[in-house]
Design a protein around this ligand. Structure first.
Ligand SMILES: [Cu+2]
Length: 265
């Protein structure tokens, strides 16, 4: 070894300069704060929509009469009969399907609307049976019946709650702050009462009407995964690409499981 190399080696060992004698590494330039938190905003000049239908293949079971006996306040209110809403199908379509953008909006941030979503206790069922809300958006629970109801929310991603609405006309506001599909709503007084609320970090969701149709508007162009959720038939996913100002038509189809539609969990 030549004297020069020995000199460099000894010099490194003695003064312990980190990286001395190594090839100099490329400098790592940290991302700026704005890059790390890049949040896209919706350009409403370019937004499109997804609309379509949810179909049901199979024999539609007759709607069960719910067991309201022993609860005269409900049977009298509803003329003695309340029918199950577990599977509502008309002309080959499926109602009460929660359709929402499951993936593709991760880089966007949407403030929750100040307007509340309303869920009514009416004739001893929840109206609407299935609904959606943005995380942090107020939900107004109302009792329209001359009897005691309570709202018992069963959630996995956030604390649930159990609150009473003892009198007709009473209202209570609540918020669900964490996305969750779906939060289950039940009434401990009337065990057949069952509702569902989908909580999302964005406004791109819809519930199918009695013709199985839905529309999701003002969606920025992009590649998405759409999910359709039904309370007894499960979920289905569909990749959908929406171009600028494009109106996309899609279709979901659920098949009868063959199993009888039975009581709620
Ligand atoms: Cu009740």
């Amino acid at each position: 070894m030549k004297l020069g190399k020995w000199f460099v080696y000894i010099f490194c060992v003695l003064i312990l300069v980190p990286g001395c004698g190594k090839k100099q590494e490329e400098a790592v330039v940290p991302e700026s704060a704005s890059q790390q938190l890049a949040v896209q905003t919706v350009d409403f000049a370019t937004t499109g929509s997804i609309s379509g239908k949810v179909l049901f293949e199979g024999v539609v079971p007759p709607r069960k009469e719910l067991p309201v006996k022993g609860n005269p306040e409900c049977s009298v209110i509803n003329h003695g009969q309340i029918l199950s809403e577990e599977l509502l199908s008309k002309d080959g379509t499926l109602q009460n399907v929660f359709v929402y953008v499951k993936q593709g909006l991760e880089n966007y941030k949407f403030d929750p609307p100040a307007d509340s979503v309303e869920i009514d206790n009416s004739k001893c069922v929840y109206v609407p049976h299935v609904t959606g809300v943005q995380a942090g958006q107020p939900v107004k629970f109302l009792n329209n019946d001359p009897t005691l109801h309570n709202i018992h929310a069963f959630a996995k991603n956030q604390p649930g709650f159990n609150m009473g609405l003892p009198f007709q006309g009473m209202k209570q506001m609540k918020k669900f702050n964490t996305p969750e599909v779906m939060v289950s709503l039940k009434c401990d007084v009337h065990p057949w009462m069952q509702g569902y609320i989908g909580v999302l970090p964005h406004p791109y969701f819809a519930v199918t009407g009695d013709d199985g149709s839905f529309t999701i508007k003002n969606l920025p162009p992009g590649n998405y995964v759409l999910e359709a959720w039904h309370e007894t038939l499960g979920t289905k996913e569909l990749p959908v690409t929406v171009g600028p100002q494009e109106s996309k038509e899609v279709e979901f189809s659920f098949k009868s499981t063959g199993a009888p539609v039975t009581g709620h969990q």
